[in-house]
Design a binder for this molecule. Structure first.
Ligand code: ADP
Ligand code: MG
Length: 258
């Protein structure tokens, strides 16, 4: 088996007296779509931020592409950053930049490509997410919620990442938009051979996309595996989360896929 894309070992996170993660271990392998689930306050966002190097654990190690991201120089960390894309929950577009410039921004920051190439590449990324050149000049304030997510995704893909992080990618989208976003991610995953790590509460999205589910409870990852295996485990959080009323409909969709 190849080395994991992400390897978290003996991670501990503590804020004052409050322990969020304790002896947390997690391995994510290339090509997987891993959904991180857990109760509110279980430390999902914190864990995602730690994988991105935006937050440092109290102890333990976070390796991404084999490098300890808290123990490599600033330059090395920047090189690692260029190999992943992140879609923040609320899109987080730059409001003063138009759609095209938002997507072009990570490429411009690299200062390595000529401007006409950057524009073409940005338009190509936008077309991948279904945004036409006509809409490329619109400002974020003039875009719908679904379009903002698409543009933010195009920006996350700007540097052709091997690894994509998604925080609640379908939160706030109506069911139709949510479904088209799911197909979009699935298509990109196949085309670009991405590894995807996402946090989601939306069981439809979760079952439609995940090849693996990692369950965060009791301050650590209590279970990880294919959806069908994980939901069969007797842990109270898992039973409550997946097999409550809202889980039933999503599960039916999963069964239909088989
Ligand atoms: N910078 C911080 N300082 C103090 N407490 C924090 C900080 N970041 C997160 N927490 C706390 O850690 C816990 C986990 O937070 P978070 O990772 O946002 O959970 P989740 O995303 O699973 O809802 C929460 O109780 C939160 O209040
Ligand atoms: Mg969160």
């Amino acid at each position: 088996m190849t080395a994991p894309v992400i390897q978290i070992s003996h991670l501990r996170t503590q804020f004052d007296d409050f322990i969020v993660h304790q002896d947390l271990n997690l391995e994510i392998h290339a090509g997987e779509i891993v959904s991180l689930v857990g109760g509110s306050g279980s430390g999902k966002t914190t864990l995602l931020r730690q994988m991105l190097g935006l937050s440092t654990p109290t102890s333990g190690t976070v390796r991404v592409f084999g490098e300890d991201i808290n123990d490599c120089g600033a330059m090395r960390r920047q090189q690692l950053r260029n190999r992943w894309g992140m879609l923040f929950q609320h899109g987080a577009l730059f409001s003063a930049l138009n759609t095209l410039d938002n997507v072009a921004q990570p490429m411009r920051e690299l200062r390595a490509l000529p401007e006409d190439l950057i524009r073409d590449a940005a338009l190509l990324k936008l077309s991948m997410v279904g945004i036409t050149p006509k809409d490329a000049l619109k400002m974020p304030a003039d875009l719908s919620g679904g379009m903002i997510k698409r543009v933010a995704l195009a920006r996350a893909l700007a540097l052709e990442p091997e690894l994509l992080f998604l925080d609640e990618p379908t939160a706030g989208l109506d069911p139709d938009l949510s479904e088209s976003f799911v197909s979009l991610i699935r298509g990109l995953h196949q085309q670009m051979r991405l590894t995807v790590v996402m946090v989601t509460h939306d069981l439809d999205t979760l079952f439609a996309l995940s090849t693996q589910i990692a369950v965060l409870a009791d301050k650590r990852v209590i279970a990880m595996g294919p959806p069908q295996e994980v939901i069969a485990l007797p842990h109270p959080f898992i039973q409550h989360f997946f097999l409550g009323e809202r889980g039933q409909r999503a599960l039916e969709v999963l069964r239909e896929k088989e």
